[in-house]
Design a protein around this ligand. Structure first.
Ligand code: UD1
Length: 427
C-alpha cells in the first residue's frame, strides 16, 4: 500500500485546477441505465470510485468508452451505452467497496422493473442505513424484500407509478435514487424535504438533458412528471466543491495564496463564510476563487447540516485548520454519528481537541509536529494531509487508498503549488 510523505512548512502559492465532483459523478453515472442511447459525461474526475462504478455498470451490461478529458489536463470523458440491461444484480464484492453502488437501485428498477443490490452495511463514519431509499421506492409501487444480505426490489406490472414522498430526514442518496426512479414512472411524483445539495441539482439537470420533466430544481420540493423514455445526452460534471474547499483549507493553513480554477462560489457559500470568519480572504476571480491567508487564523463555531449549511464533508479539513487558530473553536457534527476518527490522529501531531458526543472543542496550538498517521476515511485522510502541510518536520500518512477514492492526483496538484509531498509505494 502507498503512503504519502509530507515535509511541512511550505507556503502554497499558485493556480490549481479543481476536478469534476466525485459525488456528482457517482449519481450521474447510473443515469446511463435509464436509456438505451449513449450518455456522455465530460469532466469526470479520475478517481478509484469512478473506476469502480464503471466496472459495476459493465456488470449490468453497460458498455463504457473512456477518452482523454476534453477539459485539458484534468478529468476524462466517458460514454456509456446500456442497449440492454444484461443483469439487474449489483454484487456484494463491488458494493462493499463503494457504498454509492446503491444508486443503481432506482434506475434499474425504473428501466428493467427489478433490481437486486447487496446491502451496503456499515461504514467507517457511521451506520448509514438505506431505509429512506427503500421507503421512497415503495411509494412508487415497488415491492421490497430483504434476504441473504441483498435488497430485492420489484416494480408492479406496468412499471413504477408516481407517488408522494416526504422524507423525514434529508438524505442525498435517497433523494437521488427516488429522482432517478421517478423520471420513468407513470404520472406525477412529488419529493418533499428533498436534499438540495448542488450534486442533486447537477443530477436533475442531466436528467432534464435526457428528456426528463422535473420542476423545483434546487429546492426542497421536486415535482417529476414521468416520461415513457429518456434519450442520450452529453453532460459536464460540475466542479468539486469539497475538493475546492479542501484546497482552500490548504492555502489557509499554510498562509498561502492559491487560485482554485473552476471553483463555484454559489456551491460553497457556507465554506467561504467559515473561511472568512477565520480571517482568510476569499475573492471571486474570472476563473474561480482566490484564497489568501496571512498565517493568522481565528476560531470558529460551526455545525454541519444539509446544504446550504456547512457540509459534513468539510468538517475534518476545517478541524485541522482550526487546530492552529488563535483561540477555541466548537464544531458540531449533526449528520454522521462517528465522524471524528481523525481526532486521535491529529492529537498525535500535537492538536488539542476534545470530543463530547457530537461536539468537538478545538483549542488552537502554536504549531503541529509531523508524525506517522493513519487515514481512516476519505475526508479524515485529507485533514491529515492538511495538518502535515503545516506541521514542523515530516508526516507520513498511511492507507492512502482512501484519498485515491476522492482526490484526483492529490500529490501532483499540491506539489505544483509548492508543497513538499511525495507518494511512496509498498507500505
Ligand atoms: C452523501 C455523500 C457524502 C456526504 C453525505 C451528506 C455521496 C456519494 N455521498 O452520502 O459524501 O457526506 O451525502 O452530505 O454523494 N440516512 C438514513 N436512512 C437512509 C439514508 C440516510 O437514516 O436511508 C441518514 C444517514 O445515516 C445520515 C443522514 O441520513 O445520518 C444523511 O445521509 P445521506 O444524505 O443519505 O448521505 P449519503 O447519500 O450516504
Amino acid at each position: 500500500m502507498d503512503r504519502i510523505i509530507i515535509r511541512g512548512g511550505n507556503r502554497l502559492q499558485g493556480r490549481l485546477a479543481i476536478s469534476g465532483a466525485k459525488n456528482a459523478a457517482l449519481t450521474l453515472l447510473p443515469c446511463s441505465l435509464l436509456t438505451d442511447e449513449p450518455l456522455t459525461l465530460t469532466n469526470l474526475p479520475r478517481l478509484a470510485d469512478v473506476d469502480s462504478f464503471g466496472h459495476l455498470l459493465n456488470e449490468l451490461g453497460v458498455s463504457t468508452t473512456v477518452k482523454r478529458g476534453s477539459n485539458g489536463e484534468i478529468g476524462r470523458d466517458m460514454t456509456m451505452k446500456a442497449k440492454v440491461i444484461a443483469s439487474t444484480v449489483a454484487p456484494y464484492d463491488i458494493v462493499r467497496k463503494m457504498r454509492a453502488s446503491i444508486l443503481v437501485l432506482g434506475p434499474l428498477l425504473a428501466r428493467a422493473g427489478e433490481a437486486k443490490v447487496s446491502l451496503p452495511g456499515g461504514c467507517a463514519i457511521g451506520n448509514r442505513p438505506i431505509d429512506l431509499h427503500l421507503k421512497a421506492l415503495e411509494a412508487l409501487g415497488a415491492e421490497i424484500e430483504l434476504a441473504a444480505g441483498y435488497v430485492k426490489a420489484t416494480a408492479p406490472a406496468g412499471g413504477l407509478r408516481g407517488g408522494r414522498i416526504g422524507f423525514p430526514v434529508v438524505s442525498v442518496g435517497a433523494t437521488e435514487n427516488a429522482l432517478m426512479a421517478a423520471v420513468l414512472a407513470r404520472g406525477e411524483t412529488v419529493l418533499e424535504n428533498a436534499a438540495r445539495e448542488p450534486e442533486i441539482t447537477d443530477l436533475a439537470r442531466c436528467l432534464v438533458a435526457m428528456g426528463a420533466k422535473i420542476e423545483g430544481i434546487g429546492t426542497e420540493r421536486l415535482t417529476i412528471e414521468g416520461v415513457d423514455r429518456l434519450h442520450g445526452a452529453r453532460y459536464q460534471v460540475m466542479s468539486d466543491r469539497i475538493e475546492a474547499g479542501s484546497y482552500a483549507c490548504a492555502a489557509a493553513i499554510t498562509g498561502g495564496d492559491v487560485e482554485l480554477l473552476g471553483a463555484r462560489i454559489e456551491d460553497m457559500e457556507a465554506i467561504i463564510s467559515g473561511l472568512r470568519t477565520a480571517g482568510v480572504t476569499v475573492t471571486e476571480t474570472g476563473e474561480g476563487l482566490r484564497i489568501i491567508a496571512d498565517g493568522k487564523l481565528g476560531p470558529l463555531t460551526l455545525s454541519t447540516a444539509p446544504f446550504p449549511a456547512f457540509p459534513t464533508d468539510m468538517q475534518a479539513q476545517f478541524m485541522s485548520m482550526l487546530a492552529l487558530a488563535d483561540g477555541a473553536s466548537v464544531l458540531t457534527e449533526t449528520i454522521f454519528e462517528n465522524r471524528y476518527m481523525h481526532v486521535p490522529e491529529l492529537a498525535r501531531m500535537g492538536a488539542d481537541i476534545q470530543v463530547h458526543g457530537r461536539t468537538a472543542v478545538v483549542r488552537g496550538v502554536d504549531h503541529l509536529i509531523g508524525a506517522e498517521v493513519m487515514a481512516t476515511d476519505l475526508r479524515a485522510s485529507m485533514s491529515l494531509i492538511l495538518a502535515g502541510l503545516a506541521a514542523r518536520g515530516e508526516t507520513k500518512v498511511h492507507r492512502v487508498y482512501h484519498l485515491d477514492r476522492g482526490y484526483e492526483r492529490l500529490e501532483e496538484k499540491l506539489s505544483a503549488i509548492g508543497a513538499d509531498i511525495e507518494r511512496v509505494g509498498n507500505d
